[in-house]
Design a protein around this ligand. Structure first.
Ligand code: FAD
Ligand code: NAI
Length: 478
């Protein structure tokens, strides 16, 4: 094997593996360095997303939703289950692990198909030589080797942020990794952080029978979401029994024989203690740049530990790019993937572009929450004149038939031009429905465009059309 490549990608998560495949499609010789070890000690591709993120969490969300639905929601369909609905947690976790393994093996196949060389181990820069090529040492598996390339893409991702004095053992106190693999359902589960992970994994364990209490430092719930959507979601979560305390200040956390006790001050300033069997700490993620040897090539990280990049993910050094969770912007797999494609195309001399305003967000709770573009509070803050339409799933036949009639779609459009500025959904199928809004916004569509498009009947997608019509106060079914 030659040690010289056109492109070296550091990290084989959704940013890195997609960048490697796209660069290979464009005729480059590509190596991708990845060191992730799964619990069996095998080195695997896929990064956070496939191993301990998007894919396993969605598998458990689907399994736990099926469990809850079977145990509690069949009667309204006239279905009676004789006998107790039982949970085989080990089997549920094994199903999740099987899906992860299938997906990570799938990337190995894609690498072979596209002739991407996968080098297992830890990559660190050692120098930039006189020809301007970057030298990278790969170590940790077998003999260390040095490889070089003119173009390097850093896609090293992120890891869970931990809080001082709250040591994670991934048994009693867990971050996302442990919380995806608890070996029993805790009777009482505490969660610090009512962000995306807290809500998704809190929902998983609540549906499986845990009494879940979420402690959140911020005074408002889901501040990044549209206020109306956050309010509706908060109402639905409270109905399901997910207790969320806002405005708290976490104090001492002690592990005991029974579990864990969390001292905190509530929003009224009163001292409280929450005792639980297990605790999930989900307070955000920090970029991975440890041991990357950035100092050897003279690249600094910013005060948040991120690598600074421009709109096309170029760092301050020539032919050196960084993408995904290790750079600015939302820490989302599809954003990392799009940056991977963009950078491979930049290296190829093309002129790709990402409209970051059109990157959708999804929280996979029940109901799901999804949005793209601006929230109503952002438009108000910007002083932009807008009009809004909203339509409930309760007025949609398909949603009623599916017994998924909670939630709504809300559309915000420019008051003069009618260009769609933001779409916000709280509904069981929000993750799929939002794609129509993303397409519309990428094409700079007006709300009238969606209102004039034929949508299948009966379908949840009709709510998107009715919402668009509601922007001009002419919804037909309400
Ligand atoms: P990563 O996926 O973190 O991959 C980086 C890779 O680089 C890792 O495999 C790491 O081992 C490797 N690496 C790091 N340093 C080195 C080195 N020096 N040498 C060699 N290899 C190295 N996003 C969504 O869009 N949708 C979701 O539903 C979703 N769910 C999530 C659920 C959870 C529980 C979590 C934790 C995250 C979730 N995310 C989700 C976020 C998503 O996982 C990340 O945004 C995404 O994985 C970022 O991709 P990345 O390629 O930048 O980094
Ligand atoms: P997050 O940023 O979504 O939420 C963290 C929450 O913790 C915030 O609400 C914050 O106010 C709170 N917090 C911070 N410090 C605290 C403290 N000391 N005490 C109490 N609360 C505190 O981070 P999270 O949930 O850890 O997820 C990390 C990232 O992973 C997300 O931002 C997202 O980018 C990605 N992710 C995406 C998913 C998706 O797309 N569906 C699913 C899961 C994760």
């Amino acid at each position: 094997m030659s040690n010289q490549f056109d492109v070296i990608v550091i990290g084989g998560g959704p940013g890195g593996y997609i960048a490697a495949i796209r660069a290979a499609q464009l005729g480059k010789s590509v190596a991708c360095v990845e060191k992730w070890k799964n619990p069996n000690g095998e080195t695997v591709l896929g990064g956070t997303c496939l191993n301990v993120g998007c894919i396993p969490s969605k598998a458990l969300l689907a399994s736990s939703e099926t469990f809850e639905h079977t145990a509690h929601h069949l009667a309204e369909h006239g279905i009676t289950v004789n006998g107790e609905v039982q949970l085989d947690l080990a089997k549920m976790l094994a199903r999740k692990d099987g899906i992860v393994s299938k997906m990570t093996k799938g990337i190995e196949f894609l690498f072979r198909k596209n002739k991407v060389t996968w080098l297992k181990g830890h990559a660190q820069f050692t120098a930039r030589n006189s020809a301007g090529n970057y030298q990278i040492e790969v170590s940790g598996e077998g003999a260390a080797q040095t490889i070089t390339a003119q173009h390097v893409i850093i896609a090293t991702g992120s890891k869970a942020r931990h809080l001082p004095n709250i040591p994670i053992d991934n048994r009693i106190i867990a971050d996302n990794e442990g919380a995806l693999s608890f070996d029993s359902v805790p009777k009482k589960l505490a969660v610090i952080g009512a962000g995306v992970i807290g809500l998704e994994l809190g929902s998983v364990w609540r549906r499986l029978g845990a009494q879940v209490t979420v402690l959140e430092a911020a005074p408002s719930f889901l501040a990044a979401a549209d206020d109306g959507v956050a309010k509706e979601a908060s109402k639905q979560f409270a109905k399901q029994g997910l207790a969320i305390h806002l405005g708290v200040k976490i104090g001492d956390v002690k592990t005991t024989q029974q579990g864990v006790s969390i001292a905190y001050t509530d929003k009224e300033g009163k001292a409280q203690t929450l005792v639980a069997d297990r605790l999930i700490v989900s307070v955000g993620r920090v970029p991975n740049t440890d041991g990357l040897g950035l100092e050897k090539i003279g690249l600094a990280v910013n005060e948040r530990g991120m690598i600074e990049v421009d709109d096309q993910c170029r760092t301050q050094l020539p032919n050196l790019y960084a993408i995904g969770d290790v750079v600015r912007g939302p820490m989302l797999a599809h954003k990392a993937e799009d940056e991977g494609v963009m950078v491979a195309e930049v290296i190829d001399g093309q002129k790709p572009h990402i409209d970051y305003n059109c990157v959708p967000w999804v929280i996979y709770t029940a109901p799901e929450i999804a949005w793209v573009g601006k929230t109503e509070q952002q438009l108000k803050q910007e002083g932009r004149a807008y009009k809004a339409g909203q339509f409930p799933f309760a007025a949609n036949g398909r949603a009623l038939g599916m017994a998924k009639a909670e939630g709504f779609v809300k559309m915000l459009a420019d008051a003069k031009t009618d260009e769609i500025l933001g779409v916000h959904i709280v509904s069981s199928a929000a993750s799929d429905l939002i794609a129509e809004a993303v397409v519309a916004m990428e094409f700079k569509a007006a709300s009238e465009d969606i209102g004039r498009i034929c949508h299948p009947h009966p379908s949840l997608s009709e709510v998107m059309r009715e919402t668009a019509l509601a922007v001009e106060k002419r919804a037909l079914n309400m």
